[in-house]
Design a protein around this ligand. Structure first.
Ligand code: 4AD
Length: 464
């Protein structure tokens, strides 16, 4: 017999008095000789369902010995619950014990509050906790909403490659992929490993961004996006950096920077609304236990316009704000996290879209502005987290692109395919990259991106 999901039962999908079967794991249990109250969860929603078992059940003696995380199949009648905050409960007719917890005293996920550091050390068991369960459902809702947003707006989803030869961001933070024999690798004339032979005779890396590839499809299908894993070999041991993270990268043809910024704002508001509508249960948990006022903040954000500000104006604000920063501010510097946070948290008090950065601190592909000093780049900075989106209008003029590549130490010939887009029917176009874990962190209030991805891979993170 098929079983019902606990979220459907709690949502009232079945009439009272129906006989149903639910399957799940025990969150908590209170047993006494006449009745036992079991809170059973199956991950389909935040709340468990209360199962009432009475002593007439044939295996009641075993039921009295159950502990957290034992797995059960319960068949019984739905009744309205007398308990506070519970809509329905199940009066069990039969309880099949599927899996016991051997040695409950040493079970690492006992029902109490654990630190996130402790949970990271038990990456295989942490999905069972309230925190990681809620993060997982919200993450799923956000991902589905992102696909929906783009689909409804006529974007095509493109699968860009993971293995690549090009360093999109030009920052030299690529992980090498190799098919070479590590014991007897081919050697160069100087006797060093010949990495140009890496990948079946070529040099290859894990992608840092799907952007350059997705631009090729943009210049044919007009509105496209890629959404997949990306990799950065940056040795940043911070709460915002992962070595493997997911990125959402739309790319729009016949578009300028303002169009790209508007798309970013619309997408964020769309996904905030989706999570408010679809995961109220999990958001209430985050609001109570992780970050007070979170729901109110998301509601406000999904209705108010994001402030736009030029980099040059931001520098003036930072210089004149009277605050002492660890890294001094001058026109031309790359903003660090303390500056980004000041702008979003203290100056604006909400997300801010910073635009038109000095060309020296940005990538070669960003479109040069008429001042010849700045490029049409934008970052979305969010309170509490800093940069969650980076994007730009792309350089669509071949001569300027070539000059920027050479300036950045790249060989234009290696990018012949990227240059071809500018040779054959070039169009103004642009896009952005949203760091998906930073978005999940922002929406849940969970401070460290390592706690919003199933198996974090990061500098100095030991657990795999
Ligand atoms: O600003 P980034 O480096 O931009 C790009 O990669 C562009 N090619 C995107 C594009 O225009 N299509 O990265 C984009 C976003 C950042 O704003 C940040 O949210 C996230 O990716 N990000 C990281 N997230 C987690 N861990 C890291 N190490 C990250 N590096 C960047």
């Amino acid at each position: 017999m098929s079983h019902s999901s606990i979220s459907d039962v709690l949502a009232g999908k079945y009439p009272v008095e129906s006989i149903i079967t639910v399957k799940g794991w025990i969150r908590t249990v209170r047993a006494n000789p006449n009745f036992s109250f079991i809170n059973l969860h199956d991950g389909s929603c935040f709340d468990p369902i209360q199962i009432v078992a009475d002593k007439n059940l044939s295996n009641y003696a075993e039921i009295m010995k159950l502990t957290t995380s034992c797995s059960l199949s319960v068949t019984g009648k739905i009744v309205e619950s007398q308990g506070k905050g519970q809509s329905f409960e199940i009066q069990a007719d039969s309880i099949e014990i599927i899996g016991l917890v051997e040695d409950p005293d040493t079970y690492p996920m006992a029902p109490k509050r654990h630190s996130v550091e402790y949970l990271r050390e038990h990456a295989h068991l942490r999905p069972r906790t309230n925190l990681i369960g809620a993060v997982t459902r919200v993450r799923n809702t956000l991902a589905q909403a992102i696909h929906r947003f783009f689909n409804e707006d006529g974007f095509q989803w493109i699968a860009t490659p993971i293995i690549t030869a090009s360093d999109c961001e030009g920052a030299g933070e690529m992980f090498r992929v190799s098919t070479l024999d590590s014991v007897n690798p081919p050697l160069t004339d100087e006797g060093k490993t010949d990495f140009s032979q890496d990948f079946f005779g070529k040099e290859a890396f894990l992608t840092v961004s799907g952007q350059l590839n997705v631009e090729t499809y943009c210049c044919a299908l007009s509105k496209v996006y890629t959404f997949g894993p990306t990799f950065r070999a940056e040795n940043s041991n911070t709460s915002r950096h992962l070595a493997e993270f997911w990125m959402v990268e739309p790319e729009i043809a016949f578009a300028d920077l303002a169009t790209v910024a508007q798309c970013a704002e619309d997408m964020l508001k769309y996904v905030f609304k989706a999570v408010l509508n679809e995961r109220k249960d999990d958001l209430e948990f985050f609001d109570q236990r992780v970050q007070k006022g979170l729901i109110q903040r998301l509601e406000t954000l999904s209705e108010t316009s994001f402030v736009r500000m030029d980099y040059t104006d931001a520098i003036e604000i930072l210089k004149n704000c009277g605050k002492k920063f660890e890294f001094p501010v001058e026109w031309g510097v790359d903003l660090s996290s303390e500056h980004e946070r000041y702008l979003a948290e203290e100056h604006v008090g909400g997300p801010v879209i910073l635009q038109n950065y000095p060309k020296e601190i940005k990538s070669f592909y960003m479109r040069m502005n008429d001042d010849n000093k700045t490029v049409a780049a934008m970052d979305v900075l969010a309170p509490g987290i800093g940069e969650i989106i980076g994007g730009s209008q792309r350089e669509d003029r071949l001569d300027i692109l070539d000059a920027r590549m050479i300036e950045s130490g790249l060989n234009p010939e290696d990018y012949y395919w990227y240059r071809d887009l500018r040779r054959y029917g070039s169009v103004p176009h642009g896009g952005f990259g949203l760091g998906f874990e930073r978005l999940v962190s922002y929406v849940t209030g969970v401070a460290n991106v390592r706690d919003v991805i199933a198996f974090p891979r990061a500098a100095k993170s030991a657990n795999f």
